[in-house]
Ligand binder design. Structure first.
Ligand SMILES: N[C@@H](CCC(=O)N[C@@H](CS)C(=O)NCC(=O)O)C(=O)O
Length: 203
């Protein structure tokens, strides 16, 4: 049985959304956020203190998209795209872009705009991060400009799970104003999915 160590509003949402789409059995272990300060015993499971983490028997994974891929490969389902399918390159690009490029400026906003004590907050870092996020939305808008419903392969894939989380985080950190209408329409399509709603409702 998969156990997901999760905190509401975090990248745990990607994992829960994937598991809900797959209909895979899992249990949630709630972790108080930020874990390193509010739940130090969690460091015995994940020494980096980040969420999500996943255990499945002896297996431990601590990268959200690795957990999503693990669950998909283990439980079947068409959330991954094979090399011989149309959309494989877009799938790979946005699977990684969502975490490595799109989410990163938002992390700076979380830290230097919200979490740090006032003396360490930095309006300059937040401004720079907002600008970076706005720039990094451009490849998404360009890709969606052909009228596609999903990021790749004409169906929901882990590429959507990866990028859509960034939009929900942007809303949570006051950066939704940077997201153009066509991307918000895409996000609305994701939000309309019952599995998304079940996953994002987990506190
Ligand atoms: N690349 C990792 C990043 C994990 C991560 O940084 N999670 C954040 C919450 S969304 C966290 O736990 N931050 C607390 C900390 O860095 O101490 C993933 O995709 O799972």
């Amino acid at each position: 049985m998969i156990t997901v160590y999760a905190s509401g509003g975090t990248r745990s949402r990607r994992v829960l959304w994937t598991l809900e789409e797959l209909g895979a059995p899992y249990e949630v272990a709630s972790v108080k956020f930020p874990p390193a300060f509010r739940q130090p015993d969690y460091l015995k499971i994940n020494p980096t203190g980040t969420v999500p983490a996943m255990t499945d028997g002896e297996v431990l994974l601590t990268e959200s998209m690795a957990i999503c891929e693990y669950a998909t490969r283990k439980h079947g389902g068409d959330l991954v795209v094979a090399p011989d399918e149309p959309g494989f390159a877009d799938y790979l690009q946005f699977l990684h872009f969502g975490e490595s490029t799109l989410t990163q400026p938002l992390v700076s906003i979380v830290r230097y705009g919200l979490l740090e004590p006032d003396a360490r907050k930095s309006p300059q870092v937040v401004e720079d991060a907002r600008a970076a996020f706005a720039t990094r939305l451009k490849p998404i808008a360009k890709t969606l400009a052909d009228g596609r419903e999903f990021m790749a392969a004409d169906r929901l894939t882990l590429a959507d799970v990866s990028v859509a989380y960034a939009f929900s985080l942007a809303a949570g950190v006051g950066a939704a104003d940077l997201i153009p209408a066509e991307i918000l329409a895409y996000e609305d399509r994701m939000k309309a999915r019952p599995a998304y709603q079940r996953a994002y409702a987990v506190p």
